[in-house]
Design a protein around this ligand. Structure first.
Ligand SMILES: [Zn+2]
Length: 193
């Protein structure tokens, strides 16, 4: 297989929160609408101008809100963030909130005791079904991604998530991105099946 097929761009996600419409209203006021700051790599996903405060037993951090709203709110932190906040770092794929910790969410118009849904996202690759097929990969597969450079590093246990709307991209958190010496805006790696 030609190497070009296995090249992948990397996007480093800083801590952020996805909000349900109910939680958005509780934090920002009834019928509040988020303001788009910029589009993200996955079609339809965007960063909002709005930030909220995430409070744990040991501290607080500002957290950007991503849009659009989702059925359930979710806070995605790096392990470093969890340690600062005093929240147990809990590794999960996005959407899996079983046995995950909570926190307090603070917006300009209110606070929420968020019971569960604080995760450290498992590293993952988004790709379309066609991109997966082309590379002989499928949803749920686990691969390694090698990153070259002076701080060359390999990321193992990278889970593939396919959807027709997805676009080939590796998502890392800031701990992982920093370890691989990635700049804001990301770089490139190579998938090793
Ligand atoms: Zn992602």
């Amino acid at each position: 297989m030609p190497n070009e097929l296995m090249k992948i761009s990397i996007e480093v996600s800083a801590r952020h929160v996805h909000l349900s419409t109910a939680d958005l209203a509780a934090l920002f006021g009834a019928n509040y609408e988020l303001t788009k700051l910029k589009d993200l790599s996955q079609p339809g996903q965007w960063a909002a101008e709005e930030k909220i405060t995430v409070r744990g037993p040991r501290g607080e951090l500002e957290c950007r809100v991503l849009g659009p709203c989702r059925p359930a709110s979710q806070v995605e932190l790096a392990k470093t963030d969890c340690l600062k906040l005093g929240i147990e770092p809990t590794l999960r794929l996005s959407g899996d909130h079983e046995d995950t910790p909570g926190c307090t969410l603070i917006g300009p118009q209110g606070e929420i005791e968020f019971k569960r849904g604080v995760i450290v996202a498992k590293r993952h690759i988004h790709l379309s079904d066609a991109e997966a097929l082309e590379r002989n990969l499928k949803n749920g597969d686990s691969v390694t991604v090698a990153v070259r450079g002076e701080r060359a590093i390999s990321f193992h246990n990278v889970i593939l998530r396919t959807h027709e709307s997805f676009r080939l991209n590796l998502h890392l958190d800031t701990d992982e991105g920093n370890a691989a010496w990635q700049e804001v805006g990301g770089g490139h790696g190579e998938i090793i099946p």
